[in-house]
Design a protein around this ligand. Structure first.
Ligand SMILES: *[C@@H]1O[C@H](CO)[C@@H](O)[C@H](O)[C@H]1NC(C)=O
Ligand SMILES: *[C@@H]1O[C@H](CO)[C@@H](O)[C@H](O)[C@H]1NC(C)=O
Ligand SMILES: *[C@@H]1O[C@H](CO)[C@@H](O)[C@H](O)[C@H]1NC(C)=O
Ligand SMILES: *[C@@H]1O[C@H](CO)[C@@H](O)[C@H](O)[C@H]1NC(C)=O
Ligand SMILES: *[C@@H]1O[C@H](CO)[C@@H](O)[C@H](O)[C@H]1NC(C)=O
Ligand SMILES: *[C@@H]1O[C@H](CO)[C@@H](O)[C@H](O)[C@H]1NC(C)=O
Ligand SMILES: *[C@@H]1O[C@H](CO)[C@@H](O)[C@H](O)[C@H]1NC(C)=O
Ligand SMILES: *[C@@H]1O[C@H](CO)[C@@H](O)[C@H](O)[C@H]1NC(C)=O
Ligand SMILES: *[C@@H]1O[C@H](CO)[C@@H](O)[C@H](O)[C@H]1NC(C)=O
Ligand SMILES: *[C@@H]1O[C@H](CO)[C@@H](O)[C@H](O)[C@H]1NC(C)=O
Ligand SMILES: *[C@@H]1O[C@H](CO)[C@@H](O)[C@H](O)[C@H]1NC(C)=O
Ligand SMILES: *[C@@H]1O[C@H](CO)[C@@H](O)[C@H](O)[C@H]1NC(C)=O
Length: 537
């Protein structure tokens, strides 16, 4: 069997396996509903199923006392199951039907944490929520009111509660629904999606109650469930008791973890978790200067501001507009090297994960900029990169207090491969000695080659807290710089350029490429435009 076929069959096998693994998959619950409901009852009472269960004490030894939003827990001393968390109960016998919850969404189309996802208009995602699967969704895909159905009698009334089971927040409340048509009921609170902004798997539960008489939700009762206070531990139970709803006849839940869409929403109300997503992006490419357990706690913004630039290369002229470009680590973009050149004015800003505004009083940071992808082992390696900037001893998060040891120098990768240029933010207690920094390089006279980042970090007990980066490859501005540096190699460096000859053709036939005011979001496309242009010629 060919490798391709083998991979294909493995993929088929795993996807079939996940579909069949759950007794509540659409197929299985149709053929054996009882099996599915039994599974739901067991999971409902499992106090090891979710983050607020028995795993909580290990993950949050301080039990939320440190005001870490990831550890906030209404019932920190109890390893909760859904049953104990909502109903003070260790058994649920009332379930007798399946609550079908289906979300429909489109592919990602949002901006958050400095990146923009653009939907191509094609991807459409249908999620059939299966409480016994391992599926984990993100806020973007469950933001619309789902289609919720259940088997019903037209004469009965139903009440549906949607609740954030971890943080005890109501996400939807419909009462006096006739049959299974949600729109026939009274909307006490319209469904709103999770605003999960950090990476923690949190369940959102859907509870269906059946009653034979309509209920009246008074303002007081509305408060019980919509605005529970911290001493009122069972808002759903209290609400259901008050209205005589009995126990739920059907439940379902969807597990949601954060995405940048959620992070952007929560940032707007002062909770900031973008470092979770730069952490995730950082781990896409492992490097010897961080470990796979590195968790960033600070978001580092780096903005490059350039004036406009004209330069001739290989009988072509290029013009770049002035602009300010904020690096986008999650988008992992390839920048045109002219836009991030050495002459750029580089500005930094930092924000801590957690409650805004951040407070950096009493802390010290340093920023190391480096390229680990250098193709020459005497200049830079993965372990000992080429230094592209060094800015140290920044106190209290105030960048004007820092000492600039080495000015930022822009990318000039010679090997037609995209290199990463990392800006790593370290926190440390003991200040670094600016005059000793060149000794971390293999050549103290320039201080840049084979920079021993790991030794610097261990010598000063530095903690990596933030990271951003840009990528850049060999482009016409690099060629321009290489030709200036090695005029003897002009012919070979210029061979791929249209219209190149030595001397250049008369000015009338010289091509001019003019790119003015390149907007920030399409900067990454410049390369593609140029490459396409070259391909056409
Ligand atoms: C789901 O149903 C299939 C048959 O359709 C069965 O083979 C499988 O064991 C079921 N899975 C579970 C977990 O019940
Ligand atoms: C993506 O979102 C933008 C901004 O909200 C909108 O203008 C655009 O039409 C959306 N794209 C698609 C394909 O829906
Ligand atoms: C919800 O799902 C049901 C059953 O599949 C379907 O009949 C109904 O049209 C759907 N409603 C909406 C609003 O999509
Ligand atoms: C509908 O009512 C009948 C008669 O009371 C009952 O047997 C049946 O279980 C009910 N079905 C549902 C889905 O509630
Ligand atoms: C609901 O309760 C309120 C307050 O007790 C009362 O004023 C109102 O008439 C009741 N509404 C219905 C429809 O019973
Ligand atoms: C909080 O809820 C408890 C229990 O329902 C109640 O006794 C108390 O008065 C409430 N406190 C506030 C401030 O609303
Ligand atoms: C992370 O690093 C540890 C220790 O080096 C290693 O055992 C583990 O397999 C690594 N995990 C991944 C996902 O690479
Ligand atoms: C910032 O932190 C310092 C030291 O922890 C503290 O003294 C100061 O009051 C804090 N500032 C604000 C605005 O919270
Ligand atoms: C930042 O540091 C500079 C230089 O020490 C100082 O002049 C300035 O007042 C500081 N800014 C703030 C906001 O503390
Ligand atoms: C950095 O560049 C600026 C502007 O060219 C220059 O004035 C300064 O001396 C440089 N600093 C170092 C440490 O090279
Ligand atoms: C800083 O390093 C230089 C050169 O290694 C050394 O001469 C100097 O004493 C050091 N300064 C401090 C404060 O350690
Ligand atoms: C190094 O830093 C860590 C955290 O910043 C701290 O817990 C530890 O005590 C420090 N170790 C030394 C030797 O300074």
């Amino acid at each position: 069997m060919s490798l391709k076929m083998w991979i294909f069959s493995v993929i088929v096998a795993t996807s079939v396996a996940t579909v069949l693994a759950s007794p509540c998959s659409m197929q299985n619950r149709t053929s054996n509903l009882l099996n599915c409901i039994t599974g739901i009852k067991t999971r409902f009472m499992d106090n090891d199923a979710f983050w607020f269960g028995s795993q909580y004490a290990t993950r949050c030894p301080l039990k939320g006392a440190s005001y870490d939003p990831k550890c906030t827990n209404l019932r920190p001393d109890t390893a909760d199951s859904f049953g104990t968390r909502f109903f003070q109960s260790s058994a649920i016998d009332s379930l007798d039907r399946y609550l079908s919850v289906r979300f429909e969404s489109i592919g990602r189309n949002y901006t958050g944490c400095g990146t923009t996802y653009t939907w191509d208009g094609k991807e459409r995602v249908n999620i059939d929520v299966d409480p016994l699967s391992d599926d984990v969704e993100t806020p973007w895909f469950v933001r619309n009111t789902p289609n919720i159905t259940w088997s019903s009698n037209a004469t009965d009334y139903y009440t549906l509660i949607v609740y954030d089971a971890g943080y005890m927040i109501c996400h939807g409340l419909y009462v006096n629904v006739r049959g299974n048509d949600l729109s026939s009921g009274q909307v006490v609170k319209e469904y709103h999606g999770p605003k999960r902004s950090f990476i923690l798997q949190n369940p959102y539960i859907f509870l269906l109650f059946k009653h034979s008489q309509p209920v009246n939700v008074t303002a007081e009762l509305k408060n019980v469930i919509l605005n529970p206070n911290w001493s009122q531990k069972w808002p759903i139970y209290d609400f259901a008791q008050n209205l005589n709803l009995g126990d739920p006849v059907a439940v379902n839940w969807v597990v949601v973890t954060g995405d940048e869409y959620g992070a952007a929403m929560s940032e707007s109300f002062g909770l900031f978790f973008c470092p979770d997503f730069s952490t995730k992006a950082l781990h896409r490419v492992p490097r010897p200067f961080f470990s796979n357990s590195t968790q960033l706690s600070v978001w580092l913004d780096v903005t490059m501001t350039t004036t406009s630039l004209n330069y001739p290369v290989c009988c072509n002229k290029f013009t770049f507009g002035a602009g300010a470009r904020k690096l986008d680590p999650i988008g992992n973009r390839i920048y045109h090297t002219a836009d991030v050149r050495s002459e750029a004015i580089v500005t930094y800003s930092i924000k801590k994960a957690g409650f805004l505004p951040s407070n950096f009083t009493g802390e010290m940071h340093s920023i190391v900029t480096m390229d680990p992808d250098v193709p020459s082992p005497t200049v830079g390696t993965q372990e000992r990169p080429l230094l592209h900037g060094l800015f140290i001893n920044i106190r209290d998060g105030n960048f004007s207090t820092g000492e600039l040891v080495l000015n930022y120098s822009g990318p000039a990768p010679p090997d037609n491969k995209p290199h990463y240029y990392y800006f790593m933010l370290y926190r440390h207690v003991v200040p670094l000695n600016a005059t000793a920094m060149p000794w971390y390089s293999s050549d103290p006279s320039n201080g840049r080659y084979l920079f021993d980042i790991n030794r610097l970090v261990s010598d000063h007990n530095m903690t990596l807290v933030g990271a951003t980066w840009l990528r850049a490859t060999t482009d016409d501005y690099v060629t321009y710089r290489l030709v200036a540096r090695e005029p003897g190699n002009e012919a070979s460096l210029c061979a791929k350029y249209p219209g190149y000859s030595k001397p250049c053709p008369t000015s009338g036939s010289t091509k001019a490429f003019v790119i003015n005011n390149v907007p920030m979001l399409v900067v990454g496309l410049c390369n593609i435009m140029f490459m396409a242009f070259f391909a056409l010629h």
